[in-house]
Structures are given as C-alpha cells and as structure tokens.
Design a protein around this ligand. Structure first.
Ligand code: SF4
Length: 149
C-alpha cells in the first residue's frame, strides 16, 4: 500500500498483465487491512472475495501458504488433464474435480507443481515431447510424437 500502484507496476512490469495485477494487488491489500486485520484469510470464500482472486489463485494460496492439498488448474494442467485422459473436462473446474478423484491423497499436495513442470518442459502445448516422456505408456494421447531427426 505504501509503495503505491505506480511504483508496484514498475516492479512487476516483466510479467503478463502487469497493469491489471498491480491494480488488483493494491485493491486487495487495502481489503486485507480493512477487513482481515492485515492477514491473508484462510478460507476459499474469503480469498475469492478479494479483487483479482479467482478459484485458481485461491487454490494456489490455500496450497502453498496454508498446506491444503488443492489442485490449481492453470493452462498446463488443463491441457494435461485432457490430453493424457487422466482427468478430461471442458472447464478448469471439471479438470480440477477429475484430478481430485484421480490423484492419490499422498501426492495431492504437490501434484499441481509436478504437472505444471511436466506441461512446461515435456508435454508442451504445441508439440509434446512424447519420445522422452516418463508416462508415455499410460498416456491416452493418440498422436504421440517421435524424436526429431
Ligand atoms: S506421452 Fe506425450 S502427450 Fe502424453 S503426457 Fe507424455 S508428452 Fe504429453
């Protein structure tokens, strides 16, 4: 809050949608002070009531800050859930619910990080690298790719 929106914007200008994000962070910081004694709330409902916070962000905060085994579905996880057949769904919420059923409890806390990394470096959006994928044998994707060359 003391930094102000303009200076904050300058600090985060290398990330996507930084103007909107700076606006939301200032507005939500004000709400944290006014309504939550300056603390980040621990419930999904209170988190999603903050400016700029949707289900995905609430899931990230619940998971990383408060240790809850939530699965935040970003673009990588949405693609993976559908492409592999692990948790197909038309919406991020459907994929999230499918993954909650499929991922064994002992892996759920860190599952979204592992899936994001898998999506970013192996099961890439435009061309997945199936030839070096550790889960190729159990993946349902029909058009698996081969090594180049
Ligand atoms: S086999 Fe290919 S499509 Fe399936 S998870 Fe691995 S990289 Fe993705």
């Amino acid at each position: 809050m003391a930094l102000g929106e303009e200076a904050l914007r300058d600090h985060i200008k290398t990330i996507g949608l930084f103007r909107n994000k700076a606006k939301h962070v200032i507005a939500l910081s004000r709400q944290l002070i006014d309504r939550h004694d300056g603390e980040v709330p621990k419930t999904r409902e209170a988190l999603e009531a903050l400016p700029g916070v949707g289900r995905k962000t609430a899931n990230v905060v619940l998971n990383v800050a408060f240790g809850e085994p939530t699965i935040a579905v970003d673009t990588h996880i949405f693609r993976l859930g559908n492409r592999t057949g692990l948790a197909p769904g038309k919406t991020p919420l459907a994929v999230e619910q499918g993954l909650e059923k499929q991922v064994p409890a002992q892996y759920r806390l860190h599952a979204h990080h592992w899936m994001i990394l898998h999506g970013r470096y192996i099961c890439k959006a435009r061309k997945p690298e199936c030839w070096r994928c550790a889960i190729a044998e159990v993946c349902a994707f029909a058009d698996k790719t081969s090594a180049p060359g």
